[in-house]
Design a protein around this ligand. Structure first.
Ligand code: NAD
Length: 244
């Protein structure tokens, strides 16, 4: 399939989990992909597996200097930028009483500040071509409450998406948010969580958690011209969880 032929995409947090799945699907659809992550070993390995149409650039998404480097490397290697998937993120489940200010600022920087920086620097490049698509990965916790810190940042991503979509529509740059439910990635398999995940799955109308590829198909739709009239909108992939 060639839904992304001729397009160049940056995917943050692309070394594993959903980001890696998006990178694989994008390359199979004809895109050239810049995979970024703090996990250099896994990212370099994945880029090598994907061949000439993928490169890995080490990036901490919370670093403004790293964003400038990633954009520069993208243009130097592939000559243009059409798509940004702001996917990198972290989570923790701590109570309001236990979370420290340092922990709070860390999740803010990685989940929220990163999306602002990514949109700012990517849109500056996309503006030159008068087109582009930015896909911000939020969560169902950008729609309904969950853990403190994580929920805050994911609601912010949803709001930032709408603000940027309004401003960037003038340049034909579309900006949308994706709200995954429970997806089988290393993020949800941290520690001894298998039984908890199994129990949780029973509460999901479709009675199961999802595979990363099921979210990738939504991200592909938003990245491609198939979604040409969608901007500033929320796209939920949650098996019906938030419909209850
Ligand atoms: N898995 C789920 O159930 C779920 C549900 C809703 C939303 N999400 C969101 O989807 C996105 C991807 O999640 P996932 O489940 O694939 O997670 P994951 O933990 O499997 O992968 C996240 C990737 O981000 C990278 N990363 C972490 N901090 C970084 C930083 N500072 N700079 C650059 N890269 C960094 C990690 O190295 C890792 O490769 C996240 O934004 C997450 O919040 C996940």
């Amino acid at each position: 399939m060639n839904k992304l032929t001729g397009k160049v995409a940056i995917i943050t947090g692309g070394s594993q989990g959903m980001g890696a799945s998006h990178a694989k699907l994008f390359v199979s659809e004809g895109a050239k992909v810049v995979i970024t992550d703090i996990n250099e070993a896994a990212g370099t390995k994945l880029a090598a597996e994907l061949g000439d149409n993928a490169i890995f650039v080490k990036q901490d998404v919370a670093s403004e200097a790293d964003w400038q480097t990633v954009i520069k490397e993208t243009i130097a290697h592939f000559g243009q930028l059409d798509i940004l998937v702001n996917n990198a993120g972290i989570t923790y489940a701590k109570s309001l009483f236990d979370v420290t200010t340092d922990e709070y600022l860390k999740i803010f920087n990685i989940n929220q500040l990163s999306v602002f920086l990514g949109m700012k620097y990517a849109a500056a490049e996309m503006k030159k071509a008068d087109s582009g698509s930015i896909v911000n990965i939020s969560s169902i916790n950008g729609l309904v409450g969950g853990a403190i810190g994580y929920t805050d940042t994911k609601f912010a991503v949803r709001g930032m998406t709408k603000a940027a979509a309004l401003e960037l529509a003038h340049y034909h740059i579309r900006v949308n948010s994706v709200h995954p439910g429970v997806i089988s990635t290393p993020m949800i398999h941290q520690g001894d969580t298998d039984e908890a995940v199994k129990q949780f799955a029973k509460m999901i109308p479709l009675q199961r958690i999802a595979e990363p590829e099921e979210v990738s198909k939504m991200v592909l739709f938003l990245a491609s011209d198939d979604s040409s009239y969608s901007t500033g909108a929320e796209f939920t992939v949650d098996g019906g969880l938030t419909a209850q």
